[in-house]
Design a protein around this ligand. Structure first.
Ligand code: SAM
Ligand code: SF4
Length: 323
């Protein structure tokens, strides 16, 4: 359906959990977040009902995110149920891939189309420092498993922070080119340690300049399902690949925003950068029609855009809201 600014809302990002096996410095506090009580987290039945209602309003694309979606039990079971809902044309997941080698085949069989994987370093020590203990090699196996399972396209998301992983820009590009995976650099958003100035973003123009030291960049349309990224074809002698830049803060893409988010406990968040959340009332007795009514009310209230430039803060951690 259209929101009050005439934007067609067809994309739902669902946070399945606030839990995660990593503690990325830009996303979660070191000692983790105060966990939501298990009973407050939407059940698979409630999620399926919600997606059914959303398809009645024209939602066609669903992305599973979190927290880490793979920390939820029987994720392939949920994927299968969502995939069977009429009207869903694209089902994707954002994951840290630490457990993807275990589940990639099952997820692909259940109907998952594609995955975005977060990877900020090719150096095991820097990777562990950013994720506070994550194992780079399990993630690399997860990436391989996703490709072998036919999840397509696999995309990589990298956040580059001053003084932390600038040295990783070229190794990440080389890895992505070698693996034929599109790599997108995402501007650091003011959350986690990035909200108090402990972590500073490396501006994407600087990232681009570093890539250009080794690679020739030419504007490109990018892979399918490309969302709000600016893509380039990168070439170096016989090698070629695709990289993208996502500027959630410095270049707003609010005029084309097509998405709403639902948090793990079932709050609808119409804009990532705004604090407004609307509690969804859903239980086993709620009808699809009633849920669709609640959703459409929130979509109509979707604000035009973000205020990060003025305020540079947002309530809640990314892991709670769903990145
Ligand atoms: N755990 C999964 C993962 O890491 O891919 C899914 C959830 S995570 C919150 C989704 C994405 O948000 C990741 O690609 C992560 O890099 C990104 N993210 C988290 N905090 C961020 C921040 N402060 N700025 C920019 N991106 C952030
Ligand atoms: Fe976990 Fe993803 Fe947040 Fe990292 S970015 S702490 S992997 S939810």
């Amino acid at each position: 359906m259209e929101d009050s600014y005439g934007r067609e809302i067809d994309y739902l990002r669902l946070s399945l959990t606030d839990r995660c096996d990593f503690r990325c410095r830009y996303c979660m506090p070191e000692d983790g977040i105060k966990k939501l009580p298990q009973e407050e987290i939407l059940s698979y039945e409630e999620i399926v009902k919600l997606v059914r209602a959303a398809t009645q309003l024209g939602i066609k694309k669903v992305r599973l995110t979190g927290g880490e979606p793979l920390t939820r039990k029987d994720l392939p079971g949920l994927v299968r149920m969502i995939n069977e809902i009429e009207g869903i044309k694209d089902l994707s997941m954002t994951t840290n891939a630490s457990r993807l080698s275990e589940f990639a085949d099952e997820l692909a069989e259940a109907g998952l189309d594609r995955v975005n994987i977060s990877l900020d370093s090719m150096d095991p020590e820097i990777f562990s420092e950013i994720t506070r203990g994550g194992d780079l090699y399990s993630v690399l196996s997860g990436i391989k498993a996703a490709k072998n399972a036919g999840l397509k396209p696999v995309k990589l998301n990298s956040v580059i922070m001053k003084g932390i992983n600038e040295s990783e820009i070229l190794p990440l590009v080389e890895f992505a080119v070698r693996e034929d995976i599109a790599l997108r650099f995402i501007e650091l958003m003011p959350m986690g340690e990035a909200s108090n100035g402990t972590l500073e973003p490396l501006p994407l123009d600087a990232v681009k300049r570093i890539v250009a030291e080794e690679w020739t960049l030419e504007k490109d349309s990018g892979p399918e399902g490309n969302g709000p990224a600016e893509y380039y074809r990168v070439t170096r002698k016989e090698e070629a690949g695709t990289i993208g830049f996502i500027f959630p803060i410095s270049r707003t893409f609010c005029e084309n925003c097509n998405r709403i988010r639902v948090t793990a406990q079932g709050n609808i968040r119409p804009c990532l950068a705004r604090d407004e959340e609307y509690k969804l009332r859903v239980n086993e007795d709620t009808t699809i029609k009633e849920l669709a009514r609640q959703l459409s009310k929130v979509i109509r209230k979707k604000p035009y855009g973000h205020r990060w430039e003025e305020e540079r803060e947002t309530a809640g951690e990314m892991s709670e809201i769903g990145g």
